[in-house]
Design a protein around this ligand. Structure first.
Ligand code: ZN
Ligand code: ZN
Length: 355
């Protein structure tokens, strides 16, 4: 599988550009291996350059031995003058550069033509190499382990915040470098808000609890949601859970690369609509996962994206009954032409915590 620089060079041909300017730190890490917080990467047929600042001299040397490295004395962009960009076309991802930065760049390098391409490298970044897939699998495996440990801590009287703190602590204690997003622990009626923030609400018997969590391990993210109940579930919740689970399983069973993302969304949405709950499935089915927990593609009913081989996406249908409860079940899968591998091993049948 061609390395990132080879992929970028191929992409340049497609856009008739001479060079690519990468300004997003996740894209820069993907292309060069650099994990610092400040830098730009320039790739052309003859160049592969990382520009960063003096805090990162030795780190850049260690992480990017194959790149030419430049330490910018002041502005990173000013340094771009050194690379013979006069009369060339330089493509950049217009979704990843601010208007202010573009103004700076065009002022400092006036003789180059800067070509905005929305999502320039989206498909290249989505298509993971085997070692990247392994890292995502390891991150998800850690999250599965944490879920197992967490179940013993979810009890009546515990608050959402405490559970969220345990989620972070258990991940960090077991090797994660951080959380891929702030954990969501949404109990009872709070579960009806798909992106609820954990609060001081104490868990009560009969509450469904939506737990959505993920970590960063070696730079790569995990993402999983499970909805459990404290004690026995109410019948209306139980029925909705069965519907969401059927939608999730059907989508996982039909997920493969080459299909339109919106068709995958439709597999889950049709099942939820047939059960009369369509109006309560208020978000898209999923999203790409990699160096960021939300990356291209969008798996939604309006998505124009086509699913890419060896990419990782979530499958996360949900139903949210305002003021009552919510249920979401989210797995993480690797897409292949003939199906997908499910990276999530936590049980997905309804877990009713009695005891
Ligand atoms: Zn999630
Ligand atoms: Zn997600």
């Amino acid at each position: 599988m061609p390395d990132p620089v080879a992929r970028i060079r191929k992409r340049l041909q497609q856009h008739g550009a001479d060079a690519a300017l990468l300004t997003d730190m996740a894209h820069i890490r993907w292309a060069s291996g650099f994990t610092g917080s400040n830098g730009v990467v320039l790739v052309s047929d003859s160049l592969k350059v990382l520009v960063t600042d003096s805090r990162y001299t030795s780190q850049a040397q260690k992480e990017c031995p194959d790149f030419d490295r430049f330490i910018a004395p002041a502005s990173l962009y000013e340094c771009l003058r050194n690379f013979g960009l006069e009369d060339t076309v330089v493509a950049f991802d217009s979704e990843r550069l601010t208007v202010a930065s573009l103004k700076d760049i065009t002022r400092l390098v006036p003789d180059a033509e800067f070509l905005p391409v929305p999502g320039l490298l989206n498909q290249d970044i989505a298509k993971k190499q085997q070692w990247e897939l392994n890292r995502i699998a390891e991150a998800q495996s850690l999250t599965d382990d944490v879920f197992q440990k967490l179940i013993g801590l979810v009890k009546p009287g515990t608050t959402e915040k405490r559970i969220a703190a345990e989620i972070a602590y258990l991940h960090l204690k077991n090797g994660a470098s951080g959380m891929s997003f702030d954990p969501i622990v949404a109990s009872g009626p709070n579960g009806a808000l798909p992106h609820a923030r954990p609060g001081d609400r104490e868990l009560k018997k009969g509450d469904p609890v939506v737990i959505d969590m993920g970590c960063v391990l070696d730079g790569y993210c995990s993402d999983m949601t499970r909805t459990i109940t404290i004690g026995l579930a109410r019948d209306d919740f139980r029925a909705a859970y069965a519907t969401v689970l059927a939608a999730k399983n059907a989508a996982v069973a039909s997920a493969r690369s080459g299909m339109n993302a919106r068709d995958l969304d439709a597999v889950a949405r049709n099942i939820i609509e047939s059960a009369g709950l369509g109006e309560y499935f208020v978000h898209s089915l999923g999203h790409g996962v990699g160096l960021r927990v939300h990356e291209w593609p969008r798996v939604s009913s309006t998505s124009e994206d086509r699913l890419v081989e060896d990419s990782v996406v979530t499958v996360e249908p949900g139903v949210y009954l305002p003021d009552n409860w919510g249920v979401r079940i989210e797995d993480l899968v690797i897409l292949h032409p003939d199906g997908c591998d499910n990276l999530t091993s936590s049980p997905d049948s309804l877990l009713e915590l009695t005891g």
